[in-house]
Ligand binder design. Structure first.
Ligand code: HEM
Ligand SMILES: *[C@@H]1O[C@H](CO)[C@@H](O)[C@H](O)[C@H]1NC(C)=O
Ligand SMILES: *[C@@H]1O[C@H](CO)[C@@H](O)[C@H](O)[C@H]1NC(C)=O
Length: 320
């Protein structure tokens, strides 16, 4: 009997060790800069708070930058590289052109961090990850420990940005598949789509929804048409949910009322497999907060460059 127990215990240990190894395979750590530059994270937090105080929408724009970075060859700051003879900038890809914003804020933060650290030790990819967290917190959302130690790419891919960032015209199966390709499941899809509890979208991305779709509250459609004409006004903004400067659960409550702004938003509550999660998050802020934080860490772990891969850029817009 004793030997049986021993063998069982030994196997359980091996399984446990293997599980821990696979979970922490990224080799990132929340403590990465603690000894080399303890002032890095407080500096970022202070500057994000200032930027969001100056313009509340900036918090949303900065959160989105980290997402658009991570979905294209991993979280490697590839989105920050400007066009050059060797860089086909992701800034010119369809989902980013005249849409992604906040690049000057990132420049300013990176410069301040390098100054307080005395040299360029914090990667642009880590700046994006910390800035995303601090933006959510600045708008009243949950906090989490950001995993750190990513390095920056020396390349960018406009083509991959076009193909890998999800489109607002996708149906639920395509959205699920898009996230699955990044190692993210349906729970991550619904929780992370909750990022649309803050920020705005331009008329041309939701025009077809408010004029042509039927799974929409007619009063809401009418309201949105007032500032989004059927022709023209392409870049006029509408809030993604009724409280675009508050990180709350209104995005989900809104979906249940068929008031999702983007086609892709309403797909999460349209009689499919994700309806249950939308219901849960709409009535349980704690569950949404916990899942959003967990999924942000998971998204932040997508294919990071570590060790001697890539570099620490001194200017986030250019390869060293
Ligand atoms: C699920 C698939 C997603 C699609 C199809 C999608 C699509 C879009 C679109 C079309 C816009 C409006 C852009 C514009 O009009 O210029 C937008 C805005 C935004 N997205 Fe997403 N998104 C998705 C997921 C996410 C995720 C995972 C996050 C973050 C966790 C996120 C955060 C944001 C934020 C904060 C904004 C507002 C940005 C601002 O006001 O500057 N989105 N998204
Ligand atoms: C509505 O759908 C029709 C048919 O697909 C399309 O031609 C038209 O441009 C759409 N209207 C708007 C305002 O998007
Ligand atoms: C407005 O957006 C539509 C749909 O994306 C596009 O076909 C059209 O060329 C845009 N108009 C202008 C003036 O940019």
């Amino acid at each position: 009997m004793a030997s049986h127990g021993g063998i069982f215990y030994f196997s359980a240990l091996i399984i446990l060790a293997a599980t821990v190894a696979s979970v922490s395979s990224s080799s990132l750590s929340p403590y990465y800069y603690d000894s080399v530059c303890p002032e890095a994270l407080p500096t970022i937090k202070r500057l994000v708070e200032a930027a969001v105080y100056k313009e509340q929408r900036m918090g949303a724009s900065l959160l989105r930058l980290h997402f658009h970075d991570c979905f294209v060859n991993g979280c490697d700051a590839s989105i920050l590289l400007d066009p050059s003879p060797t860089i086909d900038s992701e800034k010119n890809a369809r989902p980013n052109l005249n849409s992604a914003r906040g690049f000057e804020v990132i420049d300013q933060i990176k410069q301040a961090v390098d100054e307080v650290c005395g040299c360029s030790v914090v990667s642009c990819a880590d700046v994006l990850a910390v800035v995303a967290r601090d933006s959510v917190v600045a708008l009243g959302g949950p906090t989490w420990n950001v995993e750190l130690g990513r390095r920056d790419s020396t390349t960018a891919s406009r083509a991959k940005a076009d193909s890998d960032i999800p489109s607002p015209f996708m149906d639920l199966p395509a959205l699920i598949n898009n996230f699955k390709n990044q190692g993210l499941d349906e729970r991550d899809l619904v929780a992370l789509s909750g990022g649309h509890t803050i920020g705005f979208a331009q008329c041309f991305v939701f025009r077809n929804r408010i004029y042509n779709e039927t799974n929409i509250d007619p009063e809401f459609a009418q309201q949105r048409r007032l500032t989004c004409p059927s022709i023209g006004g392409n870049s006029t903004l509408s809030p993604l949910d009724p409280t675009p400067a508050q990180f709350d659960t209104a995005y989900f409550t809104n979906l249940i009322q068929k008031r999702g702004l983007l086609h892709s938003d309403q797909q999460l509550f349209n009689g499919g497999s994700t309806d249950g999660l939308v219901n849960t998050y709409s009535s349980n802020a704690k569950a949404f907060s916990a899942d959003f934080a967990r999924s942000m860490i998971k998204m932040g772990n997508i294919k990071p460059l570590t060790g001697d891969e890539g570099q620490i850029r001194s200017n986030c817009r250019k390869v060293n």
